[in-house]
Write a protein that binds this ligand. Sequence first.
Ligand SMILES: Nc1ncnc2c1ncn2[C@@H]1O[C@H](COP(=O)(O)OP(=O)(O)OP(=O)(O)O)[C@@H](O)[C@H]1O
Ligand SMILES: [Mg+2]
Length: 453
Amino acid sequence: MRLMVKQSSPPDSKPSAQRSAVRRGETMRALSANLFALLLVCALASVFYVWSALENHLERHKRDFSVPGRGSFHQGPSEDLSAKTFRALLAVPAAQRHNSGARSEGQNLTNTSAFMGTRDYHVNGDDERSAQREGPVKLGSPVDDRIFWSDWLEDLLPVRFTEGYAEVWRNKARASPVVKLEPGCGRISNQLATFSDGTKACVRYGINADQVQGETLTYYLASLLGITNLPPLVLSHIGDSAQWAAVRTRINDLQWSDRAVVSLTEWISNLTGVVTPAPLRQESSGLHPALKWLENKTTAGLLELMQWSDLIVFDYLTANFDRLVSNLFSLQWDPHVMERDTNNLLKTPYGDLVFIDNEAGLVHGFRVLNMWEKYHHSVLSSVCVFRKRTTQRVAELHRHRDSRRRLLELYRDSEPLSQELGFLSDEHAAVLQDRIDRLYKHILHCKGKYSQL
Ligand SMILES: Nc1ncnc2c1ncn2[C@@H]1O[C@H](COP(=O)(O)OP(=O)(O)OP(=O)(O)O)[C@@H](O)[C@H]1O
Ligand SMILES: [Mg+2]
């Protein structure tokens, strides 16, 4: 149209009114064109904005789903996807989310003296031992007497929580007021508590009473077996005004019942994640005395493996599915799960493994045994090297068939709130004894299998 006007009558040859009308028309057209261009740019920008927001949202959603309340040691995009899915399978209905407080209650491997003494607590270790731990293996074979970790290796093991250390901590924890409760120990039902002297503990309120009971009895079973990788634990009554008075408002906000009995475990600084060692992964032949791979390990690597052998024995006995076993389960949809940090297992800078979050053990673990047993069995079958002391204690408990009595006595003698929290049912105590017997047989089987070594 503009072209037509130009051709028929150049603007200069028109009267001014007509020229200005033409100019007005041209201005309007130019404005419309600009407006249209602007609208087009806006529309494109909106499409781009909506697209990026959608992408961000999807990414955030993926992250939220993957890392629900994880600490900094658990990374990787799909690790917690499996953990979450696995948790969802076992979720306890919300109605049960309160802590009700009170509950009812062949060959001989034992020819050495039954229970050995405990070691000293050493945070740094002496320099000589530290140097030996870091260096290559100089002290001979790591395996002794067919299926046992060698004594020289045992002597180098750093022991974080000796019985003496744990007792001192427990006494202090019982007598110390809590002055702060904050997030920092995982889920909201776990809180990081600060005592009046500035030291800290993880408080576990428990999704239900089974879990506090599982955590506590598992701790005492470890003690019975001489396994010193669990931070010291005490029970506390939330209604205890002397201990909880300073954080009463926070307790109300958390909606914790005054009748609840919670567990407190020592909070340990500078912990890092731990990846499952190669021989214990699904594609491997297992951890056994003939393993060539052991020959190339550093002393520190061997010391870690020695603790893994205890972990596997311990998780088998307690039927704790919330560590290695849950990883095996997750392999169904997450083939890389074994390459990431193991659930509920951490390590100090000195090389001691710390077994945290044992609430799935014994009580809950026994209740859902049908679902997990094939995984427990498979993990136990992958290990044929053991610590002598652990084996001796398992052998004693097998021989006397008195695991229920011994665990109950230790728990009652050590924990003033034991009556209030209750103990294993007879049925579960029998399951524990049965697992001790099965473990004993498995150790004998290993001894027979590697008899030529
Ligand atoms: N005793 C402890 N000392 C130091 N840090 C701890 C301790 N207990 C727990 N934590 C920290 O809290 C995190 C979560 O702990 P925990 O497994 O007990 O809780 P959770 O609610 O089960 O969490 P998750 O679902 O990640 O397993 C650990 O990874 C660790 O960072
Ligand atoms: Mg946990």
